[in-house]
Design a protein around this ligand. Structure first.
Ligand code: OOG
Ligand code: NI
Length: 457
């Protein structure tokens, strides 16, 4: 009998995300340029900000920085979404969060497949923002039916991928060779296809309803539409995009520049217009794929998030039509209401923190048996404990909508709004999505308990 050693799912994800990045570089050469830009901005930032370097290192994030990416895909049916859930599970990626984009006039709802525990996140936090098209929101009965028929005919997974997913489920993992084969097969689902499955007239009819519907329905698979590296200075990266031949969207989405970054700031370069061969041999074009970069900060608690949402709304009322500089200046004023200081955010329970022992705390292990030591604030004041911001690993629906829109030529339809339906999404997915905030709260809670336990000895 041969014993097979099963590969950790973290390793499968790491191989897949690297293979995906290599594939996307050949598909969209500008993505390679974007990676170079982010890499040089990151190296410069780390040189200029030794404190940031120290902190990222202590958080175990320096090592993951060069592989850190998120991608995005859009699928058309419940069967496709639930099979994707099983495919991502092979890589230790699980559905986290529910995002209703109908609110922003885009007929999809979404989740993010991503690793969940500290160790997996530290290894490679690869995430895929995955949207399900909501055909039920299309008004025209004929178009809806036509879309359903077209989608019913395609299979976005190779038979090899299906077999390996089942094998993972029955044997509890894949060995190294199977994992390599899985990566190869799974990549086929995310590949770009230059040929459309429909004729030009059908494409136009769907495009007329919403560009995104055409993007999901007319192709053989849910081509990856962007891969986003993490930058440590998004303002600098945005400034340098034009000199590297990229056309950035007008404004950086999310909060303004801060000493202590929160959540997520994002910007993108415009989608490429790509030539497509339609059924019946007609030539045409389609715009779907773009480039994006992001800067990540601390995860906010429900209280912090409510304040963020309120400030963002206030800011958005004043920023319509402004250029990036003016937009950021307004946001900066509005966001003064959210303390730009880790300690203040921690005390006011606006953000999540990971507690760990300082060197002094390590030396004091077991000697703090008195009651007062259960008070983390006191331990911090005594220099025994340090609180580190927990990085936000998720997405922001308003930013996502801004990204969607900058690439859909402003296409949005207010008639879609007010249609959140998490139950229907979970039914299509075949599982519940995990609440992202509960994950951060749990990581904070466990770190606090650990620190107290080790000091108590
Ligand atoms: C996804 C847009 C959302 C983000 O970073 O917020 C997204 C899409 O265009 O399919 O990727
Ligand atoms: Ni994105």
């Amino acid at each position: 009998m041969t014993l097979t050693t099963l590969l950790p799912t973290d390793e499968v994800r790491d191989r897949f995300s690297k293979a995906m990045s290599a594939m996307y570089q050949t598909e969209v050469p500008q993505y390679g340029t974007l990676l170079e830009l982010v890499e040089s901005v990151n190296q410069e930032t780390l040189r200029q900000q030794p404190e940031l370097r120290r902190r990222l290192e202590a958080q175990g994030e320096l090592a993951r920085l060069s592989v850190e990416r998120h991608g995005a895909i859009r699928v058309g049916t419940a069967a496709e979404l639930s099979m994707l859930r099983r495919l991502f599970a092979v890589m230790g990626m699980y559905p986290v969060g529910y995002y209703d984009l109908s609110e922003a006039g885009v007929p999809v709802h979404s989740t993010a497949f991503r690793p969940i525990d500290d160790e997996a996140l530290a290894c490679n936090p690869f995430r895929v923002f995955t949207s399900l098209l909501r055909l039920e929101l299309i008004e025209s009965e004929t178009l809806r039916q036509r879309s359903e028929e077209i989608l019913a005919k395609r299979d976005i997974f190779t038979s090899g991928a299906r077999e390996l997913i089942e094998q993972h489920e029955t044997q509890g993992g894949l060995n190294s060779q199977e994992a390599d084969q899985f990566v190869k097969e799974a990549l086929e689902t995310f590949r770009w296809h230059q040929g459309a499955t429909v004729d030009l007239d059908t494409y136009h009819a769907l495009h007329e309803e919403h560009r995104l519907i055409a993007d999901v329905v007319c192709f053989r698979g849910p081509h990856i539409n962007h891969l986003t590296p993490r930058t440590l200075d998004i303002d600098e990266a945005q400034r340098r995009m034009p000199e590297m031949g990229m056309d950035p969207k007008a404004v950086i989405e999310g909060p303004p520049l801060r000493e202590c970054p929160i959540l997520l700031r994002q910007t993108s370069f415009k989608a490429l217009e790509e030539s497509i061969r339609f059924a019946g041999d007609a030539e045409g074009t389609h715009t779907a794929r773009f480039g994006e970069i992001e800067q990540r900060g601390v995860a906010l608690t429900p209280k912090g998030r409510a304040l963020y949402d309120q400030l963002l709304n206030e800011g958005r009322k004043q920023t319509a039509g402004l250029d990036n500089e003016a937009h950021q200046a307004v946001m900066d004023k509005v966001f003064a209401a959210l303390p730009d200081n880790d300690e203040a955010m921690r005390r006011e329970e606006l953000a999540y923190f990971h507690y760990h022992l300082t060197e002094k705390g390590q030396a004091a292990k077991g000697v703090h048996r008195d009651k007062a030591s259960a008070d983390v604030d006191a331990l911090i004041a005594q220099g025994l404990v340090e609180a580190q911001p927990i990085t936000y690993e998720d997405f922001l629906p308003v930013s996502a909508a801004g990204i969607f829109q900058s690439n859909l030529g402003g296409g949005q339809n207010e008639a879609y709004a007010g249609n959140a339906n998490r139950d229907a999404f979970e039914e299509a997915l075949g599982a519940q999505v995990t609440d992202e905030l509960s994950l951060y709260a749990e990581r904070e809670r466990v770190s606090k308990l650990r620190v107290l336990a080790s000091l108590a000895g």
